[in-house]
Write a protein that binds this ligand. Structure first.
Ligand code: NAD
Length: 452
């Protein structure tokens, strides 16, 4: 299949996995998993831990692969590898504790809970954090004693192939335990329809719905980490300049291609004009350009992304929105789109009900926080949200009314590993990256101990 460098539009060819070989790959992973499940979580963690060092040693190589695949600037790519190495160390340290059998007294009968592996998990991943997201997904399944069919995104294939190689070279990992499936959506579907025990998807809400439907027939378990249209609520007591700067920078991280980025802002009317002024000034400072150079933002990941963002902005303008800065692709080779601030938005605009996944920030005034909460909760998504204020008591009261998986105060996005990660409503099913997430990749078995 063809892959396109989003900064240069250079095309490369990558060999797909034949669809017909997926059942054989599954059988090999199942055989290797029988050896793997016999090890305890501590032994599995010891085998997987050296991955942190091998990724760190190859940091520059991976950062370049990520840049060529999906346009992330090199410095951000290096940051992604550092974060991933830290994540590997943390998960390998915690897994033995999280998955240890638990003695319990279930009323009249004692026993223990065992967190047993499920078998082979289909791990299907997106392109926007190709090392971080895939590593956390693969590692969670493997630490829980499962084998994996790993399907990296068709838009970050070179990175996915290299990452699979790092896992497969780990000393002590049974040969065949991690199987790489190279291809696009049809390959994802083939993984889902194979006899895997569970599917762990990080991707769009549309893919999540398809997968859940396909898994229903065999009652396969699913873990779905999906899209978001996250709102930030800005109250009138805030330091407007500092909040506007941070919100714009968060919106533009990874060229706006972050599941839990800020994608809508509701600002109390008293500080609305000031917020817009500061947001536009900050957006205009963001350096967009060649991801191999010192820039803040590279291109969007592909033509498919550029077209989606252009269509969402055009739809908003056609329905009466005003673009205060940005608003059109850059006239150069590659799929570049600048930071864009949009106002006079209404809920019927695509931007306000479907995830655009680009550096576009719609800003709307509200009369009070109650109106902001109502609007924040008005979409079918519910990934994360944030409240920007000095009043922490009020922030907590608002947090309890937001229908999302994670809330931030004067900050926005993912919590650290160890905290539950996932979305409400159509932003996902299940929680990952913490004790319960690893246990969700297991068969929770109660072993009864008879009284003597
Ligand atoms: P996508 O859903 O198009 O693709 C994700 C993966 O699923 C790819 O490997 C793709 O080949 C596969 N796939 C797509 N449709 C499928 C189907 N019907 N059956 C089986 N496999 C299928 O998403 P994307 O464009 O790669 O990633 C962007 C999306 O991912 C955004 O919506 C973003 O918000 C979301 N995302 C969510 C999180 C999270 O943690 N919640 C993290 C990163 C990205």
């Amino acid at each position: 299949m063809q892959v396109i460098n989003p900064a240069t539009e250079e095309i490369s060819e990558i060999k797909e996995t034949p669809l017909a070989s997926i059942p054989k790959q599954l059988a090999q992973a199942e055989e290797a998993q029988r050896l793997w499940r016999a090890l305890g979580a501590a032994e599995r963690a010891a085998i997987l831990l050296p991955l942190a060092d091998s990724l760190t040693e190859n940091k520059a190589v991976f950062a370049r692969l990520i840049a060529d695949d999906m346009g992330k600037p090199l410095a951000s790519g290096m940051g992604e590898i550092r974060r991933t190495a830290g994540g590997i160390e943390y998960l390998c340290k915690m897994a033995p504790e999280w998955l240890a059998p638990e003695i319990t007294d279930a009323g009249r009968e004692a026993g223990y809970i065992e967190y047993a592996p499920l078998g082979v998990v289909g791990v299907i991943m997106p392109w926007n954090g190709p090392v971080w997201l895939s590593t956390v997904g693969l590692l969670s399944s493997l630490l829980s004693g499962n084998g994996v069919l790993y399907k990296p995104s068709e838009n970050s294939l070179r990175t996915g192939i290299a990452l699979a190689g790092e896992f497969q070279r780990l000393l002590g990992l049974p040969e065949g335990l991690l199987q790489l499936v190279v291809g696009g959506k049809s390959h994802g579907k083939a993984v889902v329809e194979s006899d895997v025990a569970m599917v762990a998807l990080v991707g769009s809400t549309a893919a999540g719905k398809d997968i859940m439907k396909a898994c229903a027939a065999g009652l396969k378990r699913v873990s779905l980490e999906l899209g978001g249209l996250d709102a930030a609520i800005v109250l009138k007591d805030v330091d407007v300049q500092s909040a506007a700067k941070k919100i714009v920078r968060i919106n533009c991280t990874n060229s706006g291609q972050v599941c839990c980025s800020i994608k809508r802002v509701y600002v109390e009317r008293q500080v609305y004009s000031e917020f817009l002024h500061e947001a536009v000034a900050e957006a205009q400072k963001i350096r967009v350009g060649n991801p191999l150079e010192d820039v803040d933002m590279g291109p969007l990941a592909g033509a498919f992304q550029l077209e989606k963002v252009e269509a969402a902005v055009a739809d908003a303008v056609q329905k009466g929105a005003r673009v205060l800065t940005g608003g059109g692709r850059l006239e150069r080779k590659g799929f570049f789109y600048p930071p864009t601030i949009v106002t006079d938005v209404t809920n019927d605009m695509t931007l306000m009900h479907s995830e655009p996944f680009g550096p576009v920030l719609p800003v709307a005034p509200v009369d009070d926080w109650a109106e902001a909460v109502r609007l924040a909760n008005s979409t079918r998504y519910g990934l994360t949200g944030s409240i920007w204020t000095k009043d922490m008591e009020l922030a907590r009261a608002i947090a309890s009314q937001l229908d999302v998986g994670v809330v931030g105060f004067n900050d926005h996005g993912v919590p650290p590993l160890g905290a539950p990660w996932g979305g409400a409503r159509e932003s996902g099913i299940g929680r990952a990256r913490y004790k319960g997430g690893l246990r969700d990749l297991c068969n929770v078995k109660f072993v009864r101990i008879p009284a003597i």
